[in-house]
Design a protein around this ligand. Structure first.
Ligand SMILES: C[S@@+](CC[C@H](N)C(=O)[O-])C[C@H]1O[C@@H](n2cnc3c(N)ncnc32)[C@H](O)[C@@H]1O
Length: 419
């Protein structure tokens, strides 16, 4: 396997994209990885709270760039910015439309949609050829878009195959491995491929992801799907999933040399389990404004409750019946929490924000510190000058550090120390 050479006795080098408040870095550093360059830019706000937090926690050095990755890549390709060589490229990137337009002259290469960040990762991988990629995304990536299920992931796989990479993926719910939050994400590990695919069953069960996050040993048999993806990304973009109602990508898979093996695997875990109750702060430490005022309780109950009601569509004026089920009120504390979303912060009543009972007949929201604990960040990690609502937003965007840590441990073993 080809490797970028690095000095003996030094940990593997990481470039971190879409760094946010540094969840990948927190999970990788305990296993000897060194972040040599990072990029974070929030397009929707002038204030760059995530970047500021990352710098406050990790320092400026060696290099952390607060600029739209697309502009950074323009500058890198023009030779105005130097992105250092690295062993692993990591990042949690947005799930967007990855379709590819057919260029008149194929030699001009791919033409993905503007603003779609996968194509910036692709540019960086094309330029630097890191031996490993370690990426994270929402599990919807495997099934999107709605009209052509699985197309976006297929485009991603074929573009990686064309750059010489093979790919393992797994959808992981952090709560299945004892963490205190139900957070389901797809983790993707890619590496420069050898001359032939490896044994698919072995990779699926005991590859990097299978060793990090063990699965029940199944007879893959009938659940196992195997197919080949076309080598032309424009063709994949046009036709993949067009004739099939559901995505062929199951919750675990392996792609090598454009061949795909995929199967639904079940997690196994007999270690300790942490509950929402375990991470709660004592009520004496919870500021008053996290308690729900009596006057708001009705709104919270209504939003979280089951409903079947007549509504009028705002655009067309057409009446329709709106139906939704109840979600727990208050949130149970004897198991893992629901997923933190970016809108978790602020006192406005909401269906999806967490509310816990205080034990004396009142209800309260979760504090930023508790949200950090649910993702496994150190207490007050995001207490770096941003408003509390933004701290919650950061945790809605972030990942479960312990999952990264487990995968990083396996990657560190595989990459090893240079001879
Ligand atoms: C899913 S979050 C990743 C969070 C991160 N893993 C963490 O632990 O905090 C995606 C990040 O990409 C950043 N981002 C969005 N568009 C970007 C762009 N064009 N260039 C660079 N970063 C961008 C967002 O600000 C956000 O912090």
């Amino acid at each position: 396997m080809s490797r970028v050479s690095r000095p003996k006795g030094t940990g593997p080098r990481v470039v971190e994209l879409f760094a946010g408040v540094g969840g990948f870095r927190l999970g990788m550093e305990p296993h000897g990885f060194r972040t040599v360059w990072a990029n974070q830019w929030e397009p929707s706000t002038r204030k760059q709270h995530a970047f500021d937090c990352y710098v406050a926690r990790f320092g400026e050095s060696p290099s952390h760039v607060n600029e739209d990755l697309e502009r950074v890549m323009d500058a890198a390709e023009a030779g105005r910015v130097e992105i250092p060589d690295h062993d692993v490229l990591v990042g949690g990137f947005p799930c967007q439309d990855y379709s590819v337009a057919r260029t008149l002259n194929q030699a001009l290469g791919l033409e993905g949609r503007k603003g779609v960040l996968w194509w910036q990762i692709h540019r960086l991988v094309t330029m630097k050829r890191p031996p490993f990629l370690f990426l994270e995304n929402v599990d919807r990536l495997l099934k999107s878009p709605a009209g052509q299920r699985g197309r976006d992931f297929a485009v991603m796989l074929v573009t990686l195959a064309n750059l010489g990479y093979e790919v393992e993926w797994r959808v992981v719910n952090a709560a299945d491995y004892g963490f205190p939050q139900k957070r389901r994400r797809v983790y993707i590990v890619a590496r420069l491929a050898g001359p032939e695919p490896r044994d698919a069953q072995e990779v699926l069960h005991r590859g990097t992801l299978g060793r990090a996050l063990p699965v029940v040993d199944t007879q893959l048999g009938q659940l196992f799907e195997s197919f080949v993806i076309d080598g032309d990304p424009a063709e994949v973009s046009e036709s993949f999933g067009a004739r099939r109602g559901e995505s062929p990508f199951r919750n675990a898979g392996y792609m090598s040399h454009r061949r795909v093996w995929t199967v639904d695997l079940a997690p196994t875990w007999d270690g300790p389990r942490t509950t929402l109750g375990d991470i709660l702060e004592p009520i004496e430490d919870v500021p008053e404004d996290y308690l729900v005022p009596d006057t708001q309780l009705g709104s919270w109950r209504y939003l979280k409750g089951a409903k079947r009601e007549q509504r009028i569509h705002k655009g067309s004026g057409t009446p329709y019946e709106y139906v939704e089920g109840a979600i727990p009120f208050p949130d149970p504390v004897d198991g893992p929490s629901r997923t933190i979303l970016t809108a978790e912060g602020g006192p406005t009543p909401s269906r999806f924000k967490h509310l816990v009972a205080t034990g004396d007949g009142r209800y309260r929201r979760l504090t930023p510190r508790e949200l950090e604990r649910l993702n496994g960040f150190p207490d007050d990690w995001t207490d770096t000058g941003m408003p509390e609502g933004r701290r919650a937003f950061m945790m809605g965007n972030a990942l479960v550090v312990g999952i990264v840590e487990r995968i990083a441990a396996e990657l560190a073993r595989e990459i090893g120390d240079p001879a």
